[in-house]
Design a protein around this ligand. Sequence first.
Ligand code: GLY
Length: 338
Amino acid sequence: MELIKDFIFGGFPCRAAFYNKEELFPSDTALFVADGNTASLITRSGDAPEIILTPGEAHKQWSAIDRILQLAMNKGLARDSVICGAGGGVVTDMTAFAGSLYMRGCRVILIPTSLLAMVDAALGGKTGIDAGVYKNMIGSFYPAEEVRICPEILQSLPEQEYWAGMGEVLKTAILGDWEMMDLIRNNKEAVKARDPEILKELIRRCILVKGNLVEEDLREKGRRAYLNLGHTFGHALEAVSEFHWAHGLAVVWGMGKALDASVALGLADAPWAEEVKALFRDFGYTLDADESPDAMLQAMQMDKKKKGGRLRYIIPAGPQDIRIEFLEPDFVLEILKK
Ligand code: GLY
């Protein structure tokens, strides 16, 4: 085990640490949840997961939570029993949600197996399921007591999933660690080749940026919202494309739009914004989408209704200089049409 940091999130201790594959599975696991892709990756000798969830947004539903809770009861788990969830963000969100409900909260250990879950989803206590088209509508803030990360696992991640996760890494660099952006820029080929050393360093830095924001603001009353950079635009693209756009790829497209908005608002320097967008393109990200700008604006309005307030945009004014802006629909439409 190699400690990244021991955090305290709203009073809950949470350890983030690197593990070798052999030590990754917690020996005191009482109930093991995985998905079809990860079940064979994480094994304790002879142990199979007791619950195999189907990965993918469409399966982030109450029925999965019910299965976990029923089995926890049937096995007679206590409040100090460990439920371990290994998988991408859908699995870690659902395992932690079930853990937050069982006996009003039992012990939860998460093993994120996608880059996106390692650098974002599994850390910070946001748990939940979707309700219809509304993502993460039902859930809780319940940090896992430990997030165990094995970067070695990423070598077998499908290409699109890798770049979706790298989108969240780039987001984290812009909002909280510009030195990491230089590291990425100076090591482009190593990033493309999934060099283990560079990946470990990027994950470590993302965990530190996110963890420090969550320590300050677990319930997203303030600066935690910076982590949603690219997400207001990105969620609209995801929804209008009926989730054909993977989350992390939609977030990069959304960051492109947020950069355009920033320049149009007179916040970011145009050359800086173009430089960042050029790096996105260099990694093969698409900053153009075929979806209708009107439909995307409408999707954002739905999002606004969901949040019961005005629509907020997280706008990058420069490296590690993030603003929260309320934008007029006509202005947003112009940006979407660009
Ligand atoms: N993924 C954004 C957050 O955890 O706040």
